[in-house]
Design a protein around this ligand. Structure first.
Ligand code: BGC
Length: 388
């Protein structure tokens, strides 16, 4: 048995746009419905979690998991600039209260990829007052965060910067990720700092952000190339988390770096439904990267998982990832918990096909079906240990 420390948190995560449904005032909804859109499938009703959140939380509790990370939707809270919807705030407060009532610890993300349409129309993170606007939004959500321990300001700022870079023209890359937009990177770092300042007004709240670690692995002699390539795509954002209350690591796969940069996944290697290499050690590597660039900042694994139709393979993946995580913790890195991505088979940014969920969702009836992997993870959580 690999035992985890007392108080180690176990849970799962979702994001508003991917599960709520009907998120009509967000930029993603607009993109899904734009004439000639390249988005293969719209989000529609998603998993209807806007209404079924209690059921979702109850599933976590029944499984034996103790933490639920979910996001609040800026586009619902501030659908027009300066108009803060009390009804939307009340909704999310009810979610926080329901989690508590059921005995779950809620972890809140303030921004998970989607923006209000008005904010995007003004230039999004490139607009002059983006940082002020995000600070004001953070002030608006303060009633939601009182009595919360973990608040994430921005989910995967590195991917936000990369997506902004891609929409600037470089949308297709043979391997790896497009170059992040440096203006957006700077704005995100500033927005994170301002948001943390605002959050610090609430006693007990510990704030941070969550970074998608890419596990850039240099071929021999390519260490410098890997650094040049990797720093703006992940470690810069971990470096910016130095001094934060905690930092989230979100890891899925690795990228091999040759003399000319990222290599495509080689033929014959096992890949997942997102086309990524099946590579569970990415988690341990991501946590080591965080410990290196944000030394001393406690790590929380806020996402890790696999898109697969073979649920037994999900168990294999998570087991291997957790084994690696245990090793890094034995090396001395403080890790507070592990959240599997994702609770539900949800809207994977353009398609429902890549199924990351511990729980299946019927696309017509919204009926939830708990998968064996969810029960397996629940058993690990109850034992606070990984069986041999
Ligand atoms: C994101 C999630 C996404 C997951 C799998 C992360 O990049 O935070 O929203 O669904 O990875 O792609």
């Amino acid at each position: 048995m690999l035992q985890y420390p007392d108080g180690f948190r176990w849970g799962s995560a979702t994001a508003a746009h991917q599960v709520e449904g009907g998120n009509t005032t967000s930029d993603w909804w607009a993109r899904e419905h734009a004439p000639g859109t390249t988005v293969p499938e719209p989000s529609g009703d998603a998993c209807d979690s806007y209404h079924r959140y209690r059921e979702d939380m109850q599933i976590l509790v029944d499984l034996g998991l103790d933490t639920y990370r979910f996001s609040v939707e800026w586009a619902r809270i501030e659908p027009e600039p300066g108009f803060v919807s009390r009804a939307a705030l009340d909704h999310y407060r009810r979610m926080v209260d329901t989690a508590r009532e059921l005995g779950l610890t809620p972890m809140l993300t303030l921004h998970h990829f989607t923006l209000p349409q008005w904010f995007a129309a003004r230039g999004g993170w490139r607009s002059d007052d983006a940082v002020d606007r995000f600070a004001r939004y953070t002030e608006a959500v303060l009633p939601l965060v009182r009595d919360l321990e973990h608040v994430c300001t921005i989910n995967e700022p590195n991917m936000v910067a990369v997506m902004a870079g891609a929409s600037g023209g470089e949308s297709l890359v043979a391997a790896g990720l497009p170059a992040p937009d440096p203006v957006v990177t700077e704005a995100l770092v500033a927005a994170h700092r301002r948001s943390r300042e605002v959050l610090s007004a609430v006693p007990g709240v510990r704030s941070g952000w969550t970074v998608a670690t890419q596990d850039h692995q240099p071929e021999p002699g390519c260490e410098e190339v890997a650094h040049e390539y990797g720093h703006p795509r992940d470690s810069l954002f971990l470096e910016a988390a130095a001094g934060d209350d905690w930092v989230g690591v979100q890891a899925y796969t690795r990228t091999t770096i040759g003399p000319d940069g990222p290599r495509p996944v080689p033929d014959g290697v096992e890949t997942t439904l997102t086309g990524w290499e099946y590579y569970p050690p990415a988690l341990a590597d991501g946590v080591r990267l965080a410990a290196r660039w944000a030394p001393g900042v406690p790590v929380f694994v806020t996402e890790n998982g696999i898109a697969t139709a073979d649920d037994a393979r999900r168990v294999d993946y998570v087991r291997e990832a957790l084994r690696g995580l245990h090793e890094v913790m034995a090396e001395g890195v403080e890790v507070e918990g592990y959240l599997c991505w994702s609770l539900l088979d949800n809207y994977e940014w353009g398609s429902y096909a890549p199924t990351f969920g511990l729980v299946a969702v019927d696309r017509t009836t919204f009926e939830r079906t708990v998968k064996p992997s969810a029960r397996w993870l629940g058993d690990v959580a109850r034992a606070n240990a990984l069986p041999d």
